[in-house]
Design a protein around this ligand. Structure first.
Ligand code: WTA
Length: 695
């Protein structure tokens, strides 16, 4: 195999070129919420955990907390213990006195011919109350019950979430693009007697029949032993049936019709303990089964409110647009809870960023006068590829922009800064996770300079650390990558994995815990499962996952989940899923499968595999390639060597294969995937080199 040079573009970690500092514009600094550097002192380690009261004080509490942080049962940290509040009250009711006529939500439908729809805080209040009444009085839901919401990006999604929160009902929102199967499995895991759907939505110019997924979800849940009693269906368009899937009598109900019985009903917000769970968000981990990350009310809401104010720099007069989907944690924290808790105006866009063309986001920004814009590197790459000169054609001005969800290459960052931001905006690159609830690494936009490709320093009150494989700390500026950990608890850390405390401890704390008997938080660093490097200036550069999670377009997919889907195809004997670099989406899954004896039609099986993945998970998991191979490389103990397959898919060095049980298969697969001729090998990004290490 010929090794000729290496490609620079995919190579973030190894050739780490220090980027220049870029100072935030003075126009931004002059108006920013967080300008006084004294805040850094207030959030110093000796002031932990009391410093976080500053965030809690941004909320309205029914009863103030007695204890800021209770560490008596590690790592089940309890924040603002004794405090009582309601999240829906904080996001809606408390703004009425002064801002009832202000826009809370602006909904932008995908079709440009359909007008935008604005909901004031008063209108939001009325709708949240009426929906809460349906949930309480028609469905019989009460505080602590779970509800699975499988909905697209329409205003009824945040309305439904806030209605749940009003009752203390725990919502579990499943990303609308996930399949009915995926929603059904999550509903079963959380014991949701009620599921909430929309009949249809628009995506890339097409009308999607979403109600069809409801039937599949209910059937899937039944196979798992859960009877879903009621399915509530929002109509995408009042009074019109956009779905061809029939309603099941006695099970399915149109919200529109139910609401007729609850006009003008007001539902008192249920005061809950700070530690009462607010929601579950299922995310992929290292097993086939997604885990329900459980977030509490007080700590979570305090942290997302504080970070929305300080890092998103939201002011009352701003128009804030986060172009994520509410079905992911970014949408929960930074479309719904954070901005609404601050009484801001938050924009909801139904569709695809490039629909009908790559000028769409900039037209929306111009029309609504959006001044804070929040998106992912994948969306930036897509918009840049489809319309590099589009932003200049529109008269919008962002004071602040965010990039989140995946590492951003300095070159992409620069286009974002110069072309999208017109050099007028402060940019934050925020690192965090479903588990962390809010930003943990980011620049303070008016205080710290930006550095392309680096997320930045730790957020206030957060004390990260980089460990080598033996748990030794790698100091700043060492030029070595390691495992990112967080030394201290913070208010929006997930409380546990739903119904699985043991897995929670094992997954996030077992690796670095210094003393399982200790009740000192210092002995319990959180393991983030990301690789990172720390520069001499204390800026973190995130390299990507070190476990078997693939970050596709900023969305987390578990390789094991995709493998399970492949194995539902009867002809497949074994399957392995690995990440492969993609120019736009960052990473995509590639599938390697071997077939059962006697099966010859590999092409047909490939198609079945793709169909199975789309059915079991959703189109976002569609693989970049399916390779039907004679056998998978294995160790003598039978473990599939996914790292070697990842190396082949990404044209990286496969390393020593002589100790395998079947070393000859490696060259055979390599030729099949890369072709017979000499191949230019690449160094490859750090996460791919370490892929499968934590298995
Ligand atoms: C990745 C999304 C680089 C990381 C909020 C993490 C990032 C995973 C960044 C969590 C960033 C998130 N730079 N990588 N600014 N933000 N990630 O749970 O690998 O969907 O572990 O939460 O996204 O994805 P999740």
């Amino acid at each position: 195999m010929a090794t000729v040079g290496r490609t620079e573009t995919t190579d973030i970690a190894v050739h780490w070129k220090e980027e220049e500092y870029i100072q935030p514009p003075t126009t931004f600094v002059r108006q920013a919420n967080l300008v006084d550097p004294a805040i850094v002192d207030r959030f110093r380690e000796e002031n932990f955990p009391d410093c976080f009261q500053e965030y809690a004080e941004m909320l309205a509490w029914d009863r103030t907390w007695d204890t800021v942080l209770d560490t008596s049962h590690p790592p089940f940290w309890k924040w603002f213990v004794g405090g009582r509040l309601n999240a829906s009250y904080n996001c809606v009711d408390r703004h009425l006195a002064r801002n009832k006529n202000k826009a809370a939500l602006i909904f932008v439908p995908e079709a440009e011919t359909e007008p935008t729809c604005t909901l004031t805080y008063q209108e939001l209040f009325v709708r949240v109350n009426e929906v809460a009444a349906v949930l309480r009085d028609f469905c019989g839901l009460k505080s602590g019950d779970r509800v699975t919401i499988h909905m697209p990006m329409i205003p009824e999604l945040p309305i439904t979430m806030l209605a749940c929160a009003r009752l203390g009902v725990v919502h579990s929102v499943v990303f609308g693009g996930f399949s009915g199967e995926a929603a059904g499995l999550r509903a079963a895991d959380s014991d949701s007697r009620v599921m909430i759907y929309a009949d249809a939505y628009y995506r890339n110019g097409k009308l999607i029949d979403h109600k069809a997924s409801a039937d599949i979800a209910v059937r899937t849940a039944a196979n798992e032993g859960l009877k879903v009693e009621k399915v509530l269906v929002w109509r995408r368009r009042d009074g019109q049936d956009l779905s061809n899937t029939p309603m099941v009598p006695g099970r399915d109900y149109y919200m529109e019709e139910l609401l007729k019985g609850f006009r003008r009903v007001r539902v008192d917000p249920v005061s809950v303990d700070a530690e009462h769970p607010l929601f579950l968000m299922y995310t992929s981990g290292s097993t086939g089964k997604p885990k329900g990350c459980q977030h509490g009310t007080g700590g979570y809401l305090a942290y997302v409110t504080g970070t929305s104010k300080y890092y998103q720099d939201i002011h009352p007069e701003d128009v804030y647009w986060c172009m994520a989907d509410i079905g992911w944690i970014t949408g929960h924290s930074y479309i719904v809870y954070g901005p609404l808790s601050l009484g801001a105006t938050t924009v909801l866009y139904e569709g695809v960023p490039t629909y009908p063309d790559a000028g769409r986001p900039w037209r929306i920004a111009e029309q609504l006068d959006v001044n804070i814009f929040h998106t992912s590197p994948t969306a930036i790459r897509m918009l840049r590829k489809a319309g590099p000169d589009e932003p200049a054609k529109y008269n919008y001005h962002f004071k602040h922009m965010t990039t989140v969800g995946e590492p951003i290459e300095p070159e992409t960052w620069r286009w974002y800064h110069e072309v999208v931001g017109k050099r007028e905006a402060a940019i934050v690159d925020t690192w965090w996770q479903t588990e962390t609830g809010g930003f943990l690494i980011t620049t303070k936009p008016a205080i710290d300079p930006m550095k392309a490709g680096s997320a930045g320093p730790a957020a206030l009150g957060i004390f990260p650390v980089i460990f080598d494989e033996d748990g030794r700390e790698i100091p700043a500026g060492a030029g070595r990558a390691g495992n990112l950990g967080i030394r201290n608890p913070w208010p929006s850390i997930m409380q546990t994995i739903w119904k699985d405390d043991e897995r929670f401890v094992r997954q996030y704390y077992a690796k670095f815990c210094r003393d399982p008997k200790s009740t000192d938080w210092r002995d319990w660093p959180y393991f983030a499962a990301d690789g990172a490097m720390l520069a001499a200036d204390n800026y973190y550069r995130i390299l990507g996952r070190v476990d078997d999670v693939i970050n596709v377009a900023g969305h987390r997919l578990g390789t094991k989940e995709i493998e399970s889907a492949c194995l539902t195809v009867p002809q497949v004997a074994e399957a392995a899923v690995v990440p492969v670099v993609d120019e736009i989406k960052g990473r995509m899954p590639a599938i390697y499968a071997s077939l059962k004896p006697g099966v010859t039609d590999g092409r047909q099986v490939s198609e079945q595999i793709v169909a199975a993945v789309e059915t079991m998970i959703g189109k976002i998991a569609r693989p970049k390639g399916v390779h039907i191979v004679p056998d998978l490389p294995k160790t003598r103990s039978g473990k599939i060597m996914r790292r070697i397959l990842a190396a082949i898919s990404n044209r990286m060095e496969t390393g020593d294969v002589t100790t395998l049980a079947n070393p000859e298969i490696v060259e055979q697969i390599r030729k099949q995937v890369q072709g017979e001729g000499p191949v230019e090998l690449q160094e490859g990004p750090e996460d791919l080199k370490r892929f499968g290490e934590q298995e």
